[in-house]
Design a protein around this ligand. Structure first.
Ligand SMILES: *Cc1c(COP(=O)(O)O)cnc(C)c1O
Length: 421
């Protein structure tokens, strides 16, 4: 756009002088000002679940805006927040009885970390360290970068990041190392919580690990009195095939973070769910034990209404069936790459499919990333590789035909940009 004053996220403006303008969103598509449309194969950075502008969510937003805008949430409440909290407690793994609202995934994680530290301080047995999994991503604020992987994304801010205990990613064949390391780290009871992305590490390269490892991590956490924080910001709302990924491991975490798909991806909202034990540690006539956190836009009523509409869509529409169908299509779609010399590590978890392109240079900053992005955009497809990792995380309304087209383009990209082993 001529004369833009906008500084875009994760954008090197010197290398991307032209930024397309979107004027309409609908289902799986973004419509450009020039009348062409782009297939949104990454759900606008993992937020859109059912499809863009689901009518029911849009209607809830309009209806609520006629009676409520933001209201202060300290000392006041409103029906959309109350109803949504009841719904979330019903949908989440058992034992998560309290819902704390905020407005982004990063904030929901910050809240989780503060709850964990507050819990141990308030019960009079302070613990001050956080354990994390290698290659994790939990957000872009200083606290969430601290518990995420150190990389080019946060090198400039490294001096401000706090120290953590890192356990290895449970790569196939090395799962025991992960469990042993966590056991060692948890043993001296200085670690307040282990924070994990359950089953799929998103920004770290769509790395996947089996549910049984999550089950084991929870067992070790319990044995040492360490809290387990499940960052379901990306994995929640059906992405991995179940409502929450933790379900597949039969794990009830002590704290669960949800955001992206919470409103179906329509409008910002986040929630951090916690057990009664964590709430009770803050419940006191001693004001010092108050949970001192608030965002200005906490529990925005319009956003809560959008989330409630999302919950109703899950109840009234065959969402689980759509997810099962999409998951099956992803498995089938990857099948044709098994013998393709340009790709390795074809993998899927529910609605998410990923594969690595063999390239001379890998990593997020590799030249291949922007080239691939431009290649797909030329074909009207929004695919945004993580370095040489190609993935599809489409909205659940995508059709088999559209998905086939995406896989055709990926195959073509392999032949064009890949290197043989
Ligand atoms: C996207 C993401 C976040 C951060 O959410 P924002 O809304 O971008 O702040 C945190 N954790 C995970 C696992 C994510 O994928």
């Amino acid at each position: 756009m001529m004369g833009s004053h906008v500084w875009h996220p994760f954008t090197q403006h010197a290398l991307e002088p032209v930024i397309p303008e979107i004027v309409l969103t609908e289902g799986a598509y973004l419509h450009k000002a020039d009348g062409t449309r782009i297939l949104d194969a990454i759900s606008s950075w993992w937020v859109v679940t059912h499809g863009h502008r689901h009518p029911r969510i849009m209607k809830a937003i309009e209806a609520t805006a006629s009676s409520l805008d933001q209201i202060i949430f300290a000392g006041f409440t409103h029906e959309p927040a109350e109803q949504l909290a009841r719904a979330l407690v019903g949908l989440a793994p058992s034992g998560l009885d309290w819902v704390f609202y905020s407005d982004s995934g990063s904030t929901s994680v910050e809240v989780a970390l503060k709850m964990a530290l507050g819990y141990f301080r308030n019960i009079g047995a302070p613990r001050s360290r956080i354990a994390v999994m290698e290659h994790s991503y939990h957000g872009d604020t200083i606290g969430t970068m601290s518990v995420g992987a150190r990389s080019v994304f946060n090198a400039a801010y490294e001096p401000l990041l706090f120290e953590v205990d890192t356990i290895p990613f449970p790569a196939a064949g090395r799962e025991q190392e992960t469990l042993d390391r966590f056991e060692a780290v948890a043993r001296d009871r200085r670690v307040a919580a282990l924070i994990v992305e359950p089953l799929v590490l998103g920004a770290g390269g769509m790395l996947m690990y089996p549910a049984s490892i999550l089950t084991e991590l929870k067992r070790i956490a319990e044995a040492s009195g360490t809290l387990l924080i499940a960052d379901e910001v990306m994995t929640g709302w059906g992405r991995t095939g179940t409502m929450f990924a933790c379900e597949q491991a039969s794990v009830s975490p002590d704290i669960l973070c949800t955001s992206k798909g919470l409103t179906g991806g329509a409008i910002p909202l986040a929630a951090t769910l916690a057990t009664d034990a964590i709430f009770q540690a803050h419940y006191s006539e001693d004001r010092k034990k108050t949970f001192f956190h608030s965002s200005s836009y906490t529990a925005n009523p319009i956003a809560c209404a959008a989330a409630l509409a999302n919950v109703e869509i899950w109840q009234d529409e065959p969402v689980a069936e759509r997810i099962a169908t999409l998951s099956g299509m992803q498995v089938a779609g990857l099948q044709r790459f098994r013998d393709n010399p340009y790709f390795t590590d074809c993998r899927s978890m529910g609605t998410i499919a990923a594969l690595d392109l063999r390239a001379d240079s890998a990593g997020y900053l590799a030249e291949i990333g922007p080239k691939l992005r431009a290649f797909f955009l030329d074909r009207g497809l929004l695919i945004r590789p993580l370095g040489n990792v190609l993935y599809l995380m489409p909205p659940y309304c995508i059709t088999g035909g559209e998905l086939d087209g995406l896989y055709d383009a990926i195959e073509e990209a392999g032949a064009r940009f890949g290197s043989r082993p």
